[in-house]
Ligand binder design. Structure first.
Ligand SMILES: *Cc1c(COP(=O)(O)O)cnc(C)c1O
Length: 373
């Protein structure tokens, strides 16, 4: 492979790396809309102590560089994660500008150009993008009818990186703990488990970092914590593994204002977060019932969103947007789940928020579906 080849773009004169050439700019449809249920952020807002700290930021938080590796944030995160894994220390945590950057930093640290990354299909679409930008090839393993995967198939070809997301975006389903245990027991590369939605499932595998030196659990404050705009993500793993991710991350990735606000949320607002998570879990069940009453074969979700396979999801999402509600449409979720095979991979993903928003979404859905015929 000629991975070192460069091309000269005839328009700009800029040189583009080979692995980068076919990558498209990520441009989600993010026009203003009254009710945005498209990105799984916290529809109840942001934790009050975080808002207070952001408003009270001193001038030095703007004029000076932040702490190089966000030491106080690591302390606060370690205390939070200890609920799931009592042996976690700040040295077992790396922070970054969103968990997207933790994923990118980890791929860069542990894989050579030309290596393979194995992951579920369907799953978080940013990961194949980061893999390709880093020169890796991607092996997609279809989610099976039991919402599980074939470990032999996942590890065939000895991938440098295995990426699993649980609860999985966009299906909302859990990867069984026994499957993750089998993967970390047998993989020779690094195993990344993305727990962006773990607060809604209560099914963390972070305790396994005490057992496996190759497991990196990735989390974020963008979803349950309501802080997507601050861009704070983190990774948890064995201290040696984490030191390599931190090297790849580089200095100053979390801003001083973000660190202040995030520490306040983690130390003062856990009750706020838990209450919003409980609301989301309650509303999720009610929304599942409402969608099933409409004849939809909704996947079982352990997250703050639902995936509803349906034909012409794109047309219905467009109709809903015209009525002031944004949801995410997919047309290519190919795997072995019968409901998705039936729609040829077409589905809507709907974030769970306060009930009045979901009621408005159901009304918009009914109208859009009637209009689509
Ligand atoms: C939203 C999401 C992230 C998060 O991103 P940030 O960069 O931390 O905002 C990571 N993984 C998955 C699966 C997600 O859905």
């Amino acid at each position: 492979m000629t991975t070192n080849a460069v091309t000269i773009d005839s328009n700009s004169g800029a040189q583009t790396r080979a692995a980068f050439r076919d990558v498209q700019l990520y441009t989600p449809d993010r026009g203003a809309v009254a009710i945005d249920l498209s990105d799984n952020t916290n529809r109840w807002g942001a934790p009050p102590a975080a808002l207070r700290e952001l408003r009270a930021s001193p001038e030095s938080a703007l004029a000076r560089y932040p702490d190089v590796y966000a030491a106080s944030l690591k302390e606060a995160l370690a205390a939070y994660v200890r609920a799931d894994c009592p042996t976690v220390s700040p040295a077992m945590i790396v922070t970054d500008c969103g968990s997207d950057d933790v994923l990118d930093s980890a791929i860069r640290a542990f894989a050579e150009s030309g290596d393979r990354l194995a992951m579920l299909q369907p799953s978080f679409p940013m990961v194949p993008l980061f893999a390709r930008m880093n020169g890796l090839s991607v092996d997609p393993i279809p989610l099976n009818a039991s919402y599980d995967l074939d470990v032999d198939r996942l590890l065939a070809g000895d991938p440098a990186i295995v990426y699993l997301c649980s609860p999985n975006n966009p299906t909302g389903t859990i990867v069984p703990r026994a499957t993750i245990e089998a993967v970390i027991a047998r993989a020779r590369g690094v195993v990344i488990v993305d727990e962006a939605y773990v607060e809604f499932s209560g099914a963390s595998v972070v305790d396994l970092v005490a057992r496996s030196p190759r497991l990196l659990v990735v989390r974020t404050l963008s979803k349950a914590f309501g802080l997507a705009g601050l861009r704070v993500g983190y990774g948890i793993g064995n201290a040696t593994l984490i030191a390599e991710v931190e090297k790849s991350r580089g200095p100053y990735k979390v801003s001083a204002a973000s660190e202040r606000a995030a520490v306040a949320a983690l130390t003062e607002d856990l009750d706020w977060v838990r209450a919003r998570v409980a609301d989301a879990v309650t509303n999720r069940a009610t929304l599942v019932t409402a969608l099933r009453e409409r004849g939809l074969d909704v996947l079982p979700s352990a997250s703050n969103f639902l995936l509803a396979p349906m034909k012409d999801a794109r047309g219905i999402a467009r109709g809903m947007r015209d009525r002031g509600v944004a949801v995410r449409a997919f047309s290519d979720l190919h795997c072995d789940i019968p409901a998705l095979q039936f729609t040829n991979g077409s589905a809507l993903r709907i974030s769970v928020g306060p009930w009045p928003e979901l009621e408005a979404a159901l009304a918009a859905f009914d109208e859009a579906r009637a209009a689509c015929g």
